[in-house]
Design a protein around this ligand. Structure first.
Ligand code: NAP
Length: 374
């Protein structure tokens, strides 16, 4: 589907995102915006993963994104496969409204991901036939590039997906472009071949930066950076940044990692599964050393934390609602730039914006709460 409006030029800048933060002074608390990699990033980001691929959900996401931005959230997270491209298009519709109103392109940090094979808007009757016609017959990828029957990070595929995402979102440049769950490939691709694929992907993404189509890239992961180093899906952040340095030199643009982090999945802080310069480190420590900003996904564990938050945490945070506690925990964690929350209901946007109006928990208090959470 071709975007009905011309692509909006520009990208998020320090000046623009500072202007965004300044709009919300007094409405959001000090500490809600954090400066990373030349951007003022809100501590809560709007996610767009869950939901049916239908028109009602499209409208809900469009309205929720508008409300989130109008309330002080400037980090918007999508992926081309979320709801079969419909989440990106819902964000695109929200952006068209926001840009024709009060907001400028340089105030918003737009993120998306590529890697999973993705139909176009609805499920084709014969998915194999669709992927053959759309990609294999055009030599965008070969059958050997597919892993686990669903994942591909071949250069021409990433280029194709980036073009589609730019059109879906209606913008000429994306601020962060993630390889989506690259560890999916490690289930069947030997590590040496995996690293070769990551290297080719990073070279492609460095070229996309040079072409002005993205500003930075990253890896959005599920198990890779949380697991034990002996696990098949484990990734070393030091090794991935080494591959980025080979692709883009010391000024490479691999700058963000997304990983689950919440009250039930605290590994990024707790598990010393990384090594930097021969020293053992947690993911948070490794990311700090290697100049990578961490973005938490599944901040509420998809609401499964409701009913599971202890009294100690309620008391320490001074918040009664379990999911409020969960979000405050994530955005207060040292080394976590922002916590993404999927939100398509306006009442949820409003509830999460109330947390943006509270300062993150001071480090000492966080440590006590963290000890209690374990
Ligand atoms: N590997 C990856 O790359 C990866 C994996 C997972 C997630 N992510 C990203 O991270 C984002 C967040 O993760 P997620 O969406 O899976 O899970 P989540 O943010 O932990 O939970 C989302 C769920 O919480 C509900 N919710 C939001 N605010 C609420 C509130 N204040 N009170 C009660 N319920 C509330 C939402 O409902 P409504 O939607 O109905 O408002 C939705 O059902 C995703 O949207 C996606 O952008 C990335």
């Amino acid at each position: 589907m071709i975007s009905p409006f011309p692509l909006k030029t520009g990208f998020a800048t320090l000046e623009g995102t500072r202007k965004f933060a300044a709009r919300f002074e007094g409405r959001t608390a000090p500490g809600h915006f954090r400066e990373r990699h030349g951007l003022m990033i809100s501590s809560i980001g709007a996610g767009t993963y869950l939901g049916e691929p239908d028109a009602a959900t499209d409208t809900a996401y469009t309205e929720a994104i508008c409300a989130a931005v109008r309330g002080g959230i400037n980090l918007i997270d999508s992926a081309i496969n979320y709801r079969l491209q419909r989440s990106e298009r819902s964000v695109g519709a929200a952006l068209a409204g926001l840009f024709s109103g009060d907001f400028a392109r340089d105030e918003l940090i737009l993120c998306t991901k590529a890697g999973f094979l993705t139909p176009d808007g609805d499920m084709p009757a014969d998915a194999n036939d669709y992927f053959y016609r759309e990609f294999i017959s055009k030599s965008i990828f070969a059958v050997e590039d597919i892993a686990a029957g669903c994942h591909c990070m071949a250069p021409r595929y990433l280029e194709d997906q980036l073009e589609r995402s730019r059109r879906n979102l209606g913008v000429s440049c994306l601020d962060i472009f993630y390889l989506h769950n690259p560890e999916t490939q490690l289930g069947e691709v030997p590590r040496e071949e995996f690293n070769r694929r990551v290297s080719a992907a990073f070279q492609t993404l460095e070229s996309a930066v040079t072409a002005g189509k993205i500003r930075a890239y990253g890896m959005a992961t599920w198990t890779a950076f949380r697991s034990d180093p002996r696990a098949q899906e484990y990734l070393s952040l030091e090794q991935m940044t080494g591959i980025a340095r080979q692709a883009g030199g010391n000024e490479h643009h691999f700058r963000f990692v997304q990983l689950p982090f919440n009250l039930a999945m605290p590994e990024a802080l707790m598990r010393p599964n990384q090594t930097v310069g021969g020293k053992t480190a947690s993911m948070v420590q490794a990311a700090r050393e290697l100049g990578i900003a961490l973005i938490a996904s599944a901040s509420l564990l998809q609401t499964h934390l409701a009913g599971k938050v202890s009294e100690v945490i309620h008391a320490t945070l001074g918040l009664r609602n379990d999911l409020d506690c969960a979000l405050q925990f994530v955005r207060s964690a040292p080394g976590i730039t922002a916590g993404l929350v999927g939100m398509k209901r306006l009442e949820h946007v409003r509830a999460n914006l109330k947390i943006a109006a509270i300062p993150p928990v001071p480090q000492e208090q966080f440590r006590r709460m963290f000890a209690a959470a374990r």
